[in-house]
Ligand binder design. Sequence first.
Ligand code: HEC
Ligand code: HEC
Ligand code: HEC
Ligand code: HEC
Length: 477
Amino acid sequence: MNQLGRTFSTSSLFVYAVIAGVVVLFFVPGVSRASGEQEGKKLVENLCSTCHKFHGESDSRFNIKAPDLMWGGSKFQRPWLLDWLTGKVPMLYQKSYRWDLSQEPETHITVSQKEAEAIADYFEKNLQDSRVKHNAIDMSTFSQQEAKFGEEIFTQHSCIGCHQIMVDGKKVGGPQSASFFDSGRRLKADWIYRFNSNPPDFVPHSGEFVGDVSELGLRYVTGFIATRGVEDFPYYEPWKSVEFDHPNVENGARIYKEYCAQCHGAEGKGDGPAASGLEPKPAVHANIPFEKIPLDYLYNVIYYGGKGVGKSPLMPYWGLTIGGKQGVADVIAYLKATFKGEPESASTASPSGTSSGVCPQPRNTKQAPGKFRHMPNPLPTSQENIKAGEKLYHETAQPLACIQCHGEKGDGKGPMGAALNPHPRNFTCGETMKDISDGQMFWIIKNGSSGTGMMAFAGMPDNQIWQLIQYIRTLAQ
Ligand code: HEC
Ligand code: HEC
Ligand code: HEC
Ligand code: HEC
């Protein structure tokens, strides 16, 4: 018994040793990739090339059964490719790949994890496309604001007509071509960039569309596609860059004199030569305590202009004119050093002649169309909804929290309140607020009040707007 046991354990030890030896050999990287790639080549030839093309020129969609994979190594991110080949991710073409409907949508062939690794090795080694340049798009400097512009292009240039994306947890768009729910996990950014530069290079006669966007627009829409489905994408925050560590206030003063004073006035009183013809009026910088205004907002409104943050396009986008990030950092340093704003006293100097927070408050806001004006709040009144609205109002609303203009108490005396003519609505004034319906507020929050400083919160989900309205109703006295 004893003897037998010992013999048994000795021989199994030996077996382990042999396995360990093989394993060690296998994991020497070069060896592993090379043999994986060989195996991958066989798998591709035997299992995949009946449907996919791995060599030669791309052809009309009506002559092929499946997407071309000649550039597979440049196109796919490895973790996604492994998931795809092992059947862990949903199909991309919901109505089947052939939109002449000569094909039924069906599930894709799957292979084992090990085979998938071998195929991925083969892709990486053999299916590189020399047209795709490494770092063609620098995603390390891609900001949330740029993604927002990318989404606008995606919508306005019809991309959404054929490619679906997720908006507020809902699938939106025409399910004709590849869905982009998680295109940021599937596709390599440099490949998307090259594809978007001239789609017919990849998919001739396929139904794909050539959009008319600028070089910058190409970056925005590419980055937008390259971040879909990436929950924790580390968006770049330019206001945290080195340029902001060493701003040059004197250069900021020069910029202000040469560019900003035309509208905002030499002393920031909103009375520059252009101001008389503008609606809304340029903000009265002298009334803004710039130290208190969130830096991300100041950066975006100056670099990308009023339109970038849901405000008037009469406030130009300065990024390209005043020296990019450094110029913006410098002029912000100048604004902070120069304008301290004392809303209470300064407000009498405001061109409207009235101060913030009066009640009843003069109100010339456009009426919402009837369809909106009579719309009731669809959410049941509840403490949770009011709490959610309160958080948006005070902290999280993007691009700028309501408190910055409408004030802590809702009286319209936020740090930016006195800079605007007309002044922000005084939500504490029951007499004025009682005539404003929930639907009217909804419409103004969504679209802004044109010709005034009230910006559009176009990207805010509807239910959040209704939560805000429930909170605003609690402020009236
Ligand atoms: C019977 C035909 C068929 C075979 C065999 C087949 N595929 Fe596919 N493959 C398709 C179709 C059709 C699609 C598009 C499916 C969809 O998402 O709706 C596709 C999609 C893909 C995609 C994603 C393409 C893209 O543009 O995003 C990859 C990668 C892929 N296949 C790799 C492979 C590999 C590797 C093999 C072999 C192991 C293989 N396929 C075998 C038909 C096939
Ligand atoms: C009229 C329909 C249509 C419109 C509009 C459209 N596309 Fe496409 N798109 C396609 C088709 C078809 C393909 C080719 C898919 C294939 O056969 O591999 C494609 C492929 C793509 C791909 C490659 C996706 C992949 O997984 O292979 C990208 C990226 C893309 N389009 C971006 C855009 C952008 C950006 C816009 C807007 C400027 C746009 N598309 C507008 C139909 C459309
Ligand atoms: C052509 C006229 C014009 C010029 C030049 C101009 N602005 Fe403006 N600016 C405006 C207008 C109009 C608004 C109000 C926009 C609104 O409320 O929708 C504004 C608003 C602002 C705001 C406040 C944003 C807010 O939320 O109310 C800041 C900050 C600002 N401008 C900074 C600058 C800086 C810095 C410069 C110079 C680099 C500059 N502006 C040059 C017209 C101009
Ligand atoms: C940059 C300053 C600014 C910010 C930020 C701002 N508002 Fe306003 N808001 C105004 C101004 C100015 C008015 C007055 C517009 C007018 O007279 O038509 C206004 C008016 C309103 C009105 C009154 C509409 C009506 O019909 O009378 C509502 C409701 C409103 N804002 C809600 C909000 C909410 C909610 C937020 C935050 C998500 C917000 N505002 C953020 C400046 C701002």
